[in-house]
Design a binder for this molecule. Sequence first.
Ligand SMILES: [Zn+2]
Ligand SMILES: [Zn+2]
Length: 120
Amino acid sequence: MNKELKYTVNENKCWIYAGAKDRSGYGIIKHAGKTVKAHRYNFELHKGEILPGLVIRHTCNNPSCINPKHLLQGTQKQNMQDKAESKKIFCTNKHELNHSNSYIFNNRRICRICRSTNEV
Ligand SMILES: [Zn+2]
Ligand SMILES: [Zn+2]
């Protein structure tokens, strides 16, 4: 784990990996005979080992970014929550949901407006 990866920097200070990418847009590299995600590789290179079972989250929501400052170690659940929060979501009654009027329960976002009025 000592090879510096090639990248270009965009206006968000994302380091866009310059090599191969997978279908989801994640940079991929060959390392020790295995295919490794470039952002995970770069995280370990700059910040240290990734603990077993943890995923690397992009605070910038850009899968091809390998800037260690944009990468956070977290759980799969947090990663799903990031994804859910990165796009606008609406409840069945078309309330636009955000942090203050909704919460996550059983991996679903629950609308507080509906909860309080029992429109569900
Ligand atoms: Zn980034
Ligand atoms: Zn609602």
